[in-house]
Design a protein around this ligand. Structure first.
Ligand SMILES: [Zn+2]
Length: 385
């Protein structure tokens, strides 16, 4: 049975002086040296209403107690204590910092200007040396931001950078989120497409090498850009497991895992989600096991640029009709909008459809919408993964 250690990380202070804290759970891998598997960082609930990841971390810990680990795993539920407690009436808000209005998952750090000089300096070093030195450089950058910055940080940056310091120590990062009302889907860097088949998630968004402040990007973009820069200098630096049996190599992958809908905890579904994550961790040689395999399912992928938001053409009350997951034929209605103010002397029902097939992935959480509210997000072009 593995020992799970717990630490309470201080990430800030409230006006009253009350500490903002985050629990950090760690399980050590049993292997050392060349036998050691990749290390993993998993966090949940960066957005306040997206709570299901906490239940998945619970189920993962329950399983991981009994599995031999090759690599270290760090798990952080309630990653954003401000967002988590940000209630208004019966609803949880917590997607945006209420003071600055900035999305809590757009405050992570990556300065692309570090790549070129680093690549020039290390181009002739061993892959192991490049990996260690680049990891140290990224940690040093975060350390500078946190502790050597006389003008200070916003509340959100302080939380984000402390989480990022943990994430940069790992080879694999899983950031557990949910949509509003949503199917399960995965944000996956294009180069890690093969790995997406090991999660039990039917929809994968393939994302390019550009940084917009999210944790997944902040942890994979630096490695991906380093790889491309070294390549341009004539140096191969693979960051994906090569599929030869037993060949581990350097692995750097990050995913945002969208577990379904917000404001919901379902421990049975969380158990299934944990099994899917264990299947991926087994594939990556993090756990010493043969028990976890991805479920057979049709998996669809879509490039990020083809992931489209559909905005409501009118205000009204929405009856969301399209179910998630399966391609919706052209012309079939996604939703109908009720306008009781038009009853009797106008058109009380308005159908919304598109002229090409799409896969609906998520929709707005409320039935009442303004003109221009985001109604659905859909895969507008897709292929089988
Ligand atoms: Zn989220």
């Amino acid at each position: 049975m593995n020992v799970i250690s717990k630490e309470v990380m201080h990430v800030g202070e409230m006006a009253s002086g009350a500490a903002l804290t985050v629990p950090v759970y760690r399980i050590k891998g049993s292997q050392q040296g060349s036998e050691q598997g990749p290390s993993v960082y998993i966090q949940a609930n960066m957005h306040g209403a997206e709570v299901q990841g906490n239940a998945v971390i619970f189920q993962l810990l329950e399983q991981l107690k009994h599995i031999e680990l090759k690599g270290d795993i760090t798990l952080v539920p309630y990653a954003n204590p401000v967002g988590c407690n940000h209630k208004n009436g019966e609803y949880t808000l917590g997607r945006f910092d209420p003071i600055t209005g900035v999305n809590w998952n757009r405050m992570f750090h990556f300065d692309a200007s570090i790549i070129e000089p680093f690549a020039q300096e290390y181009v002739n070093c061993s892959s192991e040396k490049i990996e260690a030195a680049f990891k140290a450089l990224m940690l040093e950058q975060i350390e500078q931001k946190l502790n050597h910055n006389i003008y200070g940080l916003t509340t959100g940056q302080r939380i984000a950078y402390q989480l990022q310091r943990l994430a940069h120590q790992a080879d694999i990062v899983l950031d557990l989120h949910t949509g509003p009302i949503s199917s399960k889907h995965l944000y996956c860097p294009e180069y890690a497409k093969e790995s997406a088949k090991y999660f039990d998630i039917p929809h994968t968004l393939l994302i390019p090498n550009s940084f917009d402040g999210a944790l997944d990007e902040a942890t994979f973009c630096p490695w991906w850009q380093l790889q491309l820069t070294l390549k341009a200098l004539g140096r191969d630096f693979p960051i994906r497991k090569n599929n030869v049996e037993g060949e581990c190599g350097i692995v750097k992958e990050s995913f945002t895992v969208e577990l379904g809908s917000q404001e919901q905890i379902d421990l049975d579904v969380a158990h299934q989600d944990a099994l899917g994550i264990l299947s991926y961790l087994q594939y990556q040689n993090v756990i010493n096991s043969n028990d976890y395999h991805p479920k057979a399912m049709v998996r669809y992928s879509c490039m990020l640029e083809d992931y489209k938001a559909l905005y409501s053409p009118m205000g009204g009350m929405v009856d969301y009709l399209a179910s998630f997951g399966e391609p919706l034929p052209a012309g079939e209605p996604l939703a109908r909008i009720l306008r009781m103010d038009n009853y009797g002397d106008g058109d009380p029902l308005h159908y919304i459809n598109l002229d090409h097939p799409v896969i609906p992935i998520l929709h707005f959480a409320s039935a009442s919408v303004n003109q221009g509210t985001e109604l659905y997000k859909v895969f507008s072009k897709f292929s089988v993964l």
